[in-house]
Design a protein around this ligand. Structure first.
Ligand code: PEP
Length: 252
């Protein structure tokens, strides 16, 4: 039985004061949902404020990106060890980073190996674009992103990885994938690749999330699928009630 996992990707929203306000509404309710792994991922400059508020709670904190090098002349970047000072989780390979900031399967993999070294729990995002979806390339794209992104990971670290299937056409569009489509990608594409790479037992223990316009209203459809182990939530994670409802659905 895999523990359900719900993470909020705040993207470039919520400065430190706004983070304080949102977490004030969220922490009590979210902390009480013990059976679900719950994580929030604010922007870098809000991590300190968030860390203070989450201290002593069961809610995890994640960053949205990092560099793979430990330190050096990489202006504007943040190292795994710096993330680790405040966070236990790291989002890697989000489609917005792939689309706007040159993230590739190769850099995702370097970052994943750096997360392994720092012992940060990675949430690795994969997913096809609308054009790839319409061209029937979903299986090929998702399989290749998963395999290339996760290669070289140790058998000790593999069970810690969280994969998020996020079809790009569903992110921020209000047009979520059907739960059946997501289930078929999870069980028919991602899980078999994980099995091939890490063996059946480890593959069965790795959480595979769905992401893309998840709301409190559609969460039940996704979470009732056997291979959907939770959600990476964007827009709806910025509303305390909505995110809490999603986490409560995951606990059912
Ligand atoms: C995301 O940012 O990863 C995401 C899934 O966004 P949204 O829920 O807004 O589609």
């Amino acid at each position: 039985m895999r523990t359900k996992f719900v993470a909020g990707n705040w993207k470039m929203n919520k400065n430190a004061a706004e983070t304080h306000d949102l977490l004030s509404m969220l922490v009590g309710g979210l902390d009480a949902i013990h059976t679900v792994e719950r994580v929030v991922c604010p922007p870098f400059t809000s991590l300190m404020a968030a860390a203070e508020m989450l201290n002593g709670t069961g809610i995890g904190l994640g960053a949205q990106n990092m560099h793979w090098e430990e330190k050096g002349a990489f202006t504007g970047e943040v190292a795994p060890g710096m993330v680790k000072e405040l966070c236990g989780y790291i989002i890697l390979g989000h489609s917005e980073r792939r689309a706007y900031f040159g993230e590739t399967d190769e850099t995702v993999n370097k970052k994943l190996l750096a997360a392994q070294k720092a012992w940060l729990t990675p949430i690795v995002c994969v997913g096809e674009t609308l054009a790839q979806y319409e061209a029937g390339e979903t299986a090929q794209v998702v399989a290749s992103q998963t395999r290339l992104g996760l290669q070289g990971v140790s058998s000790e670290f593999a069970p810690r990885i969280v994969v998020a299937y996020e079809p790009v056409w569903a992110i921020g569009t209000g047009k979520a994938s059907s739960a059946e489509n997501a289930q078929s990608v999870h069980s028919g594409i991602i899980r078999p690749i994980l099995t091939d790479m890490f063996g059946a037992e480890t593959a069965q223990s790795i959480r595979v999330l769905y992401g893309g316009s998840v709301t409190a209203a559609n969460a039940v459809d996704f979470f009732s699928q056997p291979d959907i182990d939770g959600a990476l939530v964007g827009g709806a994670s910025l509303k305390a009630d909505e995110f809490l409802s999603i986490a409560r659905v995951a606990a059912q």
